[in-house]
Design a binder for this molecule. Structure first.
Ligand code: SF4
Ligand code: SF4
Length: 344
């Protein structure tokens, strides 16, 4: 995790063209330049030059960003905003005890004690043995749902699944700016992989995948859909199901998921409008910004309802939780891996 000062050149490379405004879901609602990359970068340069101080107001603008990355994909200068915002949050984290307190609760109560209790009740099975072996990184989703779905699907590809007890990938700490906890979690992941001496890792969650890929170039991280596509595993559902799919922002390889959606028998896939636009999960954690965030939730909800599908598939625990909250029982959001394992 780089320090804010190390991004000085990136901040300077912003040409102020304003193209990021046309894709930023938050700017579209607020119309305020401080809530989009261009404005963020001007503020952060002000901080680095000592012209501004890291105040609660600046932190609010950093927090408003959904970390969806839509602006980075569109930016002609190719600036990655998510990493820059995380490094700026780390500056705020250093000087604000309340941030440290929240992080402490997350680390020890939610992701520590809480997840270990939940894990006792999740559905876990033993993998069959095959020559080819992969390590399953389940993250929090794996602790809550167990390893049954992933093992069932990968064993169908003649792949043995090793399931060590990993911690969370650390993304909640990364976006809060808790550098120490994030680096501790990254090290714990690397130590476990090192001991197992297997360099292939599989995950079913887009956010975990993106995060653990950043820990090492020597570990080969793939998502489960890539394995299904590579092995040409065409599944068949027991009964016909109409579904739609919400693409999490952190997915880089949507093509693999699309292949599974299009090649699973009895799966009627209806693509929703703006299926690849952020669901606003990050906004759910900011009740003070409800007025802004609710507009993002409403758009997603409207597009889902138009498909008339009762099941919305996705592959990120955050998106799945957000969509189930918006649905008010009108549809069910489901992890795609879990859905496949339950229905074939
Ligand atoms: S699109 Fe990129 S270069 Fe243009 S204003 Fe936004 S951040 Fe700057
Ligand atoms: S990451 Fe998303 S919410 Fe944040 S500034 Fe870029 S487009 Fe806007």
């Amino acid at each position: 995790m780089k320090h804010l000062a190390e991004y000085r050149e990136d901040l300077h490379s912003c040409s102020k063209c304003g193209l990021c405004q046309s894709v930023c879901p938050i700017y579209k609602i607020t119309g305020n330049d401080c809530s989009v990359s261009r404005g963020h970068f001007i503020m952060l340069l002000g901080l680095l030059k000592g012209e501004l101080k890291m105040t609660k107001r600046i932190n609010r603008y950093l927090d408003l960003c959904l970390k969806c990355g839509a602006c980075s994909k569109f930016c002609p200068s190719g600036i990655d905003i998510v990493d820059i915002i995380a490094s700026a949050k780390a500056e705020y984290f250093k000087i604000h005890p309340i941030e440290k307190f929240i992080s402490f609760i997350q680390k020890y109560l939610i992701f520590g004690f809480g997840m270990n209790i939940i894990k006792l009740f999740s559905r876990n099975i033993k993998s069959k043995e095959f020559e080819k072996k992969v390590i399953y990184f389940g993250g929090c989703s794996g602790k809550m749902k167990g390893n049954k779905a992933v093992i069932k699907l990968l064993n169908a590809c003649n792949i043995e699944v090793i399931t060590p007890n990993f911690k969370c990938c650390g993304i909640p700490f990364y976006v809060r700016g808790d550098r120490n906890t994030f680096e501790e979690y990254a090290q714990s992941y690397l130590d476990i992989i090192d001991k197992l001496n297997v360099k292939d890792v599989v995950t079913a969650c887009a956010s975990c995948e993106k995060t653990i890929k950043s820990f090492s170039d020597e570990i080969n991280v793939k998502n489960i859909f890539q394995y299904l596509k590579e092995n040409n595993i065409k599944l068949k559902l027991k009964k016909k199901k109409r579904v739609t799919f919400h693409k999490p922002c952190n997915i880089d390889n949507y093509e693999d998921i699309k292949w599974v959606l299009e090649n699973t028998e009895n799966l009627e896939y209806i693509q929703m409008q703006d299926f690849d636009k952020c669901c606003g999960w990050n906004g759910i954690t900011k009740p003070g910004e409800y007025k802004i965030m609710s507009k993002i939730f409403q758009n997603k909800n409207k597009n889902i309802l138009k498909t008339k599908a009762k099941t919305v598939l996705t592959s990120c625990l955050g998106c799945e939780t957000a969509l189930n909250i918006y649905s008010l029982g009108k549809y069910k959001a489901k992890d795609f891996t879990e859905f496949l394992a339950e229905n074939v």
